[in-house]
Write a protein that binds this ligand. Structure first.
Ligand SMILES: CC(C)(COP(=O)(O)OP(=O)(O)OC[C@H]1O[C@@H](n2cnc3c(N)ncnc32)[C@H](O)[C@@H]1OP(=O)(O)O)[C@@H](O)C(=O)NCCC(=O)NCCS
Length: 172
């Protein structure tokens, strides 16, 4: 089945909150360190996405999704820096691929689409962070991102223990 990658505006994202929530809850359930602890409910996951809607509506954020068979199976959030001294910078978040769909190149495609969207928004420097040793770290290295540091005990893993986080940047 063919996969489509495309942006969702605030209205479309609102209509698809249950699918977005499913992707986020699946990632947490499978141990991904993406700001949430284990046991994230679909309702709380939908709440996270609902809180992104104002940013999507006013252009501070862009959401891109991967869709297969009419269902969202991956997400990536581009957050455009709003500080007056950083009109060239943006941050990447919620790089998520449904656990059943991994290692098929979706992560790479979503990341490339977000980088292209960032360029389109006039951004030339991207930043992100991820749990050290995670699939994300491998993905970012494979996609030409530069590691610039590691912080021990930065965040709790979903199941409790503290873990190190690795920080990356990429010039576009
Ligand atoms: C990180 C994540 C988005 C990768 O998505 P994906 O669709 O599986 O990634 P791709 O298939 O595009 O992989 C591209 C490359 O990244 C690297 N990579 C991805 N997952 C990897 C893994 N588990 N182990 C080692 N390398 C990996 C490989 O180099 C891979 O290329 P290859 O398959 O040709 O070897 C996915 O594992 C995920 O959603 N994880 C949970 C959420 C998360 O941790 N997100 C990042 C937090 S910021």
């Amino acid at each position: 089945m063919s996969i489509r990658i495309f942006p969702l505006d605030a209205r479309a994202a609102e209509a698809r909150l249950p699918e977005l929530a499913t992707v986020l809850a699946d990632a947490v359930e499978n141990g991904a360190s993406v700001n949430f602890m284990a046991g994230l409910t679909l309702e709380d996951a939908a709440g996270f996405w609902r809180r992104q809607l104002p940013g999507l509506a006013d252009g501070e954020k862009q959401l891109l999704v991967a869709e297969e068979g009419g269902v969202i199976v991956g997400t990536i959030l581009l957050m455009l820096a709003q500080q007056p001294n950083a009109p060239h910078r943006a941050e990447i978040g919620k790089m998520l691929v449904q656990s059943s769909q991994r290692r098929r190149g979706l992560g790479r495609r979503l990341l490339a689409a977000a980088e292209s969207a960032a360029r389109g928004a006039g951004r030339t420097l991207l930043m992100l962070d991820t749990e050290s040793g995670s699939a994300g770290e491998h993905l970012y290295k494979a996609c030409g991102w530069t590691e610039f540091g590691r912080v021990p005990d930065h965040s709790h893993k979903p199941d409790g223990p503290l873990a190190e986080t690795t920080f990356f940047y990429k010039r576009l």
